[in-house]
Write a protein that binds this ligand. Structure first.
Ligand SMILES: Cc1cc2nc3c(=O)[nH]c(=O)nc-3n(C[C@H](O)[C@H](O)[C@H](O)COP(=O)(O)OP(=O)(O)OC[C@H]3O[C@@H](n4cnc5c(N)ncnc54)[C@H](O)[C@@H]3O)c2cc1C
Length: 442
């Protein structure tokens, strides 16, 4: 059955933003007051959360013929100044390429052609090379602000996207044919309210997703006994564009190469130890890092501030219900080992886009459960495999129990010699295993 068009607020199409703010009722052609809340405007898809995952979805849906609302509690430009860096998988690179953003992103990020795995209790170092995978490179490392800038630039002229920003989703009411979303617009102490109606609400509002919780969607998982300290350093010696994952008993220690011979480090350790490395003076912190590198990178300089993140594993029992889909950290979170979390979210966005576009072309209602189930079937199990793999890595290596120490020593030796093992691990961690979204094949 072809879905009827919802009754769109004509003036709400396109970009309503003026200085990052939508004032109540601004530009609303068919405004009406209901329960003291201004204006019911209608969209096909409302994306709550414009982190990288939400922005990527919006970008994929531009020019789709669907009317999109993009909502975030923070100002539109907030992400531009974030310098935190992520490992970006080959698949995410291909997705950004399919979106036409890669020419802008690639010159500003680092490309790595070697991954070096080492264990505190073993002399066996595993070097993974592009030849092990049959590709030219193994991955990339890019800063948050660079990805956000490319995505915002691409959304600049999109006529089917309306920004609500800063605007917080305060309440959602699910009706059979739409979700009614109440937004609090502008800043305290004088926010105003607006209601929008959407066929589909996509929760891209992060790991503590209020929308997931209000919908009563249960999650499975746990908080790790560890936290992560992140920092950017500049070593005296060239980093050689090598991504390093060094497994210490306290937790994995990752070093990701960045442009200008900088490195993003992610040091995982039990909470109290991680807190110590956050608070200890700069010289002691750098001395610890130099000790861990065994002098290989020479003297280190700290660039910017250290930050501390708690770590959790979380999988939502459902990714969808009628009129609602979860993507990114709102649906799942994993241990940072292997740098997978954001990449899974980008993949969710690509899968959901493909499902929605196909449904829309076939005249289906994009918010119907049977449509959304196709996305859930595609992504829930694939994400679970990565969640399980990162958990296994962390638990196996953050451990001094001697049978496990012996097992992983043999495992690393085996990995050095058995090429299919390297191939499989690399396929999994670069996103090349599993169903590939069409966008990544362009
Ligand atoms: C130490 C560490 C290192 C990591 N390294 C990597 C890595 O190398 N590679 C990788 O792939 N992943 C990595 N990750 C994971 C990655 O950071 C996350 O998976 C990713 O940032 C999630 O993005 P998101 O867009 O889903 O959510 P978020 O970035 O959390 O965005 C959520 C957005 O929703 C908005 N929002 C929330 N609530 C509301 C509301 N009620 N109304 C309106 N807006 C709302 C917020 O303002 C925010 O903009 C790492 C994680 C950690 C902790």
């Amino acid at each position: 059955m072809k879905a009827d068009n919802l009754n769109f607020c004509k003036a709400q199409s396109g970009n309503l933003m003026a200085g990052d703010q939508v004032s109540m009722g601004e530009g609303v052609g068919e405004a009406n007051r209901r329960d003291g809340v201004e204006a019911l405007c209608s969209y096909d898809v409302a994306i709550a959360g414009s982190g990288i995952v939400g922005l990527t979805l919006a970008c994929m849906l531009k020019n789709s013929g669907l009317r999109i609302a993009l909502i975030d509690a923070k100002p539109k430009t907030a992400g531009l100044s974030q310098r935190r860096a992520y490992a970006i998988t080959l698949l995410s690179g291909r997705i950004f390429k399919g979106l036409g953003l890669w020419d802008q992103i690639l010159p500003q990020i680092a490309t790595f052609r070697q991954i070096r795995l080492a264990d505190e209790h073993s002399s066996a170092v595993v070097n993974l090379q592009p030849a092990d995978l049959g590709t030219e490179v193994l991955g990339y490392v890019g800063e948050h602000g660079i990805l956000v800038k490319a995505l915002l630039d691409a959304l600049e002229a999109a006529e089917n996207i309306t920004w609500f920003c800063p605007a917080t989703v305060e309440q959602v009411r699910y009706q059979p044919d739409a979700a009614e979303v109440t937004l609090s617009l502008g800043e305290s102490p004088d926010p105003s309210r607006q209601q929008i109606r959407t066929r589909l609400l996509v929760a891209a509002d992060g790991s503590r997703s209020s929308i997931r919780q209000w919908a009563g969607i249960a999650t499975q998982g746990w908080q790790y006994w560890q936290s992560c300290v992140t920092a950017v350093i500049r070593p005296e010696q060239p980093h050689g564009n090598i991504a390093r994952e060094h497994f210490w008993t306290s937790g994995p220690f990752a070093t990701l190469p960045l442009p200008d011979n900088r490195c993003q480090i992610v040091l995982t350790a039990p909470h109290s130890e991680a807190k110590h490395w956050l608070e200890v003076d700069e010289a002691s912190f750098l001395a610890e890092l130099e000790r861990r590198y065994g002098g290989q990178l020479g003297k280190l300089e700290l660039v910017g501030k250290r930050a501390l993140f708690p770590v959790q594993l979380m999988q939502s029992r459902r990714y969808v219900q009628s009129r609602l889909a979860l993507i990114g950290d709102a649906a799942h979170c994993c241990h940072p080992v292997g740098g997978q979390g954001l990449n899974l979210g980008i993949r969710d966005a690509a899968a959901l886009t493909q499902v929605l576009q196909t449904a829309h072309q076939q005249g289906e209602d994009v918010g119907e459960l049977r449509v959304l189930k196709r996305y859930e079937r595609w992504r829930q199990l694939e994400n679970l495999v990565i969640l399980g793999f990162t958990d296994l890595l962390d638990r196996c290596f953050s451990n001094q129990w001697w049978p496990l120490v012996a097992l992983r020593r043999s495992g690393l030796r085996l990995m050095r010699r058995v090429r299919p093992l390297k191939f499989l691990a690399l396929r999994l961690m670069t996103g090349l295993l599993g169903r590939q979204p069409e966008l990544a094949q362009r």
